[in-house]
Ligand binder design. Structure first.
Ligand code: TYM
Length: 340
């Protein structure tokens, strides 16, 4: 792997949960940026499949196993190349569990209680409000701090967790000196919060009951076109970005994230045209982006041996960095380490 001198470049870390297929929200909010950053010589990137986080919600073992492989193959299909950016499976590196425990002890009950994701998920899974669901943000903080990350490319829904990560790191550094780098979020200009196509005031999420509200990377071209054609808009029939036009704003933001066109250009191009034309254009642009990814996914997912090689060498590579941070933190706290 090329990136053997992480100290000289900015370190980028991010992760995604293996909770089924990737949505257009995951892709535009995070994974598209992961690929861009991996190809930028200013950065050393490390990415993970956050499978420890996923068991905060009960998983069927066979389905969970399948989701892990499917998601790993999907992310590779989006363009992640482990020769440039290691992409490992979180549960393969026990440093994450150790660091999570340490940081649990430097995170306050009140801080965790304020997390909106905890409130949302505990409302949704009222029969299983487990301790892991509550302490999830300190596991996530550990993921980031273990690699001394400078930048964390995420969608805006993860910003609250990132702020907490910074607070925990500052608190720890305040007690023990400079142990952790203080990371910054890295949010895309467009696509930071892709909204539901059926209820554009809510985030696009694969757990939505209405399958027309989200686009999955696994959706075929016809399904994608149908979902865009059914997207909720408004009665003004004018393509422009404005307050109160949540549906059109969302479509414009998706179109802009995929094509790189500015809102002014989009408004100009669709001046005098109806929403039907615009929805078709957005659908076609998304199909053009996702269809090659879907084809590559088929190739990766059928090559289990190659996937196995990729995640194995990735975890071997990243453990050097995470061990260093765990040992540094443990020594500062006062732990005695074995000789090696
Ligand atoms: P997860 O798996 O829910 O989502 C993965 C990434 O996708 C982004 N995202 C969105 N972006 C825009 N619009 C949307 N509708 C949308 N939905 C999801 C998320 O912001 C995220 O960037 N806790 C994290 C995983 C994680 C992590 C980390 C992330 C674990 N450890 C360390 C960064 C750093 C999560 O559940 O993301």
């Amino acid at each position: 792997m090329e990136n053997t001198t992480p100290a000289k470049k900015q370190i980028v870390f991010s992760a995604i949960q293996p909770s089924g297929s990737i949505t257009l929200g995951n892709y535009l909010g995070a994974v598209k940026n992961w690929v861009k950053m991996q190809d930028n010589p200013e950065y050393n990137c490390i990415y993970a499949l956050a499978d420890l986080h996923t068991i905060t919600v009960r998983q069927d073992p066979a389905q969970f196993r399948k989701n892990i492989i499917d998601m790993y193959a999907s992310i590779m299909a989006c363009g992640i190349d482990v020769e440039k950016a290691p992409f490992f499976i979180q549960s393969h590196n026990p440093d994450h569990a150790v660091m999570a425990w340490i940081l649990d002890c430097y995170t306050q009950f009140g801080e965790l209680s304020r997390m909106t994701q905890f409130k949302d998920k505990s409302a949704k899974h009222a029969d299983n409000i487990n301790a892991g669901l509550f302490t999830y943000p300190s596991l996530m903080a550990g993921d980031i701090l273990l690699y001394q990350a400078d930048k964390v490319p995420v969608g805006s829904d993860q910003m609250q967790h990132l702020e907490l990560t910074r607070d925990i790191a500052n608190r720890f550094n305040g007690i023990y000196g400079n142990v952790f780098k203080i990371p910054e979020g890295f949010i895309p200009k467009d696509g930071a919060r892709v909204m539901s196509l059926q209820n554009p005031t809510a985030k696009m999420s694969k757990s939505d009951e209405n399958a027309n509200s989200f686009i999955l990377l696994s959706d075929d071209d016809n399904v994608i076109m149908k979902k865009f054609k059914r997207a909720i808009t408004d009665s003004e029939a004018k393509v422009r970005y404005a307050e109160g036009k949540d549906g059109i704003n969302n479509l414009m933001s998706i179109y802009s994230a995929v094509t790189g066109l500015s809102y002014e250009q989009i408004e100009h191009d669709f001046d005098g045209k109806g929403y039907g034309d615009f929805k078709t254009a957005v659908g076609e642009a998304v199909v053009a982006e996702l269809s090659p990814i879907r084809k590559r996914y088929q190739e990766y997912v059928s090559d289990k041996k190659y996937i196995e090689e990729c995640y194995t060498k990735s975890v071997e590579f990243v453990q050097r960095f995470s061990h260093r941070t765990v040992e540094k933190a443990m020594k500062k706290i006062g732990y005695i380490l074995p000789k090696h």
